[in-house]
Design a protein around this ligand. Structure first.
Ligand code: ADP
Length: 323
C-alpha cells in the first residue's frame, strides 16, 4: 500500500487505478484495496470516475512515512520506529538499542501511556497534539560527559522551535524549554553505561505542539505552541527541524572534542535561568542566585543563606523559580 502512496505522491494530478496497477504489476482491485487502507490511515485520497485517484496532502499527517519524507539529516531519523500508542518511547528505543539499532534511530509515538519525567515523574502525552520522540546516540564519551547531550538537545529544540514558529522559547537549565514562563518541552536523557564506558544514550524529547488544554495538576505549569500563539503547527515539520538541528550540534560536539565549551555562548543566550533567583532542590534544598554556566555545562549559583558560590550538577537537582 505504501508503494501506491509513493506513486500518488509523485503525481499532482489524477492517476487511473489501471495506470497505478500497471506500474506495480497488481490488479485494479488490489489498487482499490490499498487506497482503502491508506484512507483508514488518515490519508485523503480523492476518487473521481474516469479520472482516477489523487492524493490531497495535508501537513498534519504524522507517521513514519511522512516524517521520513523530505528529512534532510544523514543519521538522525534513520530508521524511524513509529507507534500509534506505546508506554514510553525511551523504553521502546532502549529495547531496540540492546538489539543493536544504529545511532540515529528514533522512536516516535502518537500517544504515550506511561510518559516519564525525571525521577519517574509523570509526563502527559496524549494523542494528536504533541511530539513524543526518543533518539538513540552511541557516542564514545565518558558517562560523566553525557549530561552535555541533554544541554545540546535543549539548544537544538530551542533553535528548531524558533526557526519553525518564529516564537522565542527559552531554556530552563538544564532540561526544560519554557515559553512565557511555562513548560513547553521536557527532555529526559537516559543512558546505559559501565564505570568508564558509555554503551548508548537515549534522549527523549516531549514537545507540546497543538495541545488545547492540560489536565488538572499539569495545567498550571504546562503550555503549548498553540496556547501561546493561537496557531497550530505541523508536528512533522517541527520534528524534522529538531532532528536536523540536533544532528548538527551533535556532530560538532563529537568532532571538536572540546566538550560543551563551543556551545556555551549560544546556550547562555537562550537560558532564562541565569540572573534569576532559584530554588535548588537536591540532597539539600536552598535558595540561590544563578550567576553563570561553566564550560562543562554546570550551573554556578551564589547561595542566599551563606553567600558562598556553589556549582550545581545537572541530573542531581531540580530548579524552581525562587520565592
Ligand atoms: P522537573 O525536572 O522540572 O521537575 P521533569 O523533567 O521531571 O520536571 O518533568 C515532569 C514534570 O513535568 C511533571 O511533574 C509535571 O509537572 C510536568 N508535566 C507533565 N506532563 C507535561 C507536559 N505534557 N507538558 C509540560 N509539563 C508537563
Amino acid at each position: 500500500m505504501y508503494r501506491i502512496l509513493e506513486i500518488l505522491r509523485r503525481e499532482s494530478g489524477f492517476l487511473s487505478g489501471e495506470g497505478i496497477g500497471k506500474q506495480l504489476d497488481i490488479s485494479r482491485a488490489a489498487v482499490w484495496k490499498g487506497i482503502k487502507k491508506l484512507r483508514q490511515e488518515g490519508y485523503e485520497i480523492e476518487a473521481v470516475t474516469n479520472k482516477g485517484y489523487r492524493l490531497v496532502l495535508h501537513d498534519t499527517m504524522y507517521n513514519d512515512k511522512e516524517i521520513a519524507q523530505g528529512l534532510e539529516t544523514k543519521k538522525f531519523g534513520h530508521p524511524i520506529f513509529f507507534y500509534k500508542i506505546t508506554d514510553t518511547t525511551n523504553g521502546c528505543l532502549r529495547a531496540a538499542a540492546v538489539e543493536g539499532a544504529p545511532e540515529g534511530t528514533i522512536a516516535v509515538a502518537e500517544q504515550m501511556t506511561a510518559g516519564r519525567g525525571r525521577r519517574g515523574r509523570h509526563w502527559e502525552a496524549p494523542a494528536g497534539s504533541g511530539i513524543w520522540m526518543s533518539i538513540l546516540l552511541r557516542p564514545t564519551i565518558f558517562p560523566s560527559e553525557a549530561s552535555v547531550l541533554t544541554l545540546l538537545a535543549g539548544l537544538a529544540v530551542c533553535q528548531a522551535l524558533e526557526e519553525e514558529t518564529g516564537l522565542s522559547p527559552q531554556i530552563k537549565w538544564p532540561n526544560d524549554i519554557l515559553l512565557n514562563g511555562k513548560k513547553l518541552v521536557g527532555i529526559l536523557t537516559e543512558m546505559d553505561c559501565e564505570m568508564q564506558e558509555t554503551h548508548f544514550v537515549i534522549v527523549g524529547i516531549g514537545i507540546n505542539v497543538n495541545t488545547a488544554e492540560f489536565p488538572e495538576g499539569v495545567n498550571d505549569v504546562a503550555t503549548s505552541l498553540y496556547l501561546e500563539s493561537g496557531r497550530t503547527f505541523s508536528r512533522k515539520n517541527i520534528l524534522q527541524r529538531v532532528l536536523l538541528n540536533f544532528e548538527n550540534l551533535y556532530e560538532a560536539f563529537i568532532s571538536s572534542h572540546s566538550g560543551f565549551a563551543p556551545f556555551l555562548s549560544r546556550y547562555k543566550e537562550k537560558c532564562s535561568t541565569l540572573n534569576q533567583e532559584v530554588r535548588v532542590i537536591g540532597k539539600e534544598t536552598f535558595f540561590a542566585q544563578a550567576v553563570d554556566i561553566t564550560p562543562e555545562g554546570e550551573l554556578v549559583v551564589i547561595r542566599k543563606d551563606n553567600g558562598k558560590q556553589e556549582i550545581v550538577f545537572s541530573g542531581e537537582v531540580s530548579i524552581r523559580g525562587g520565592k
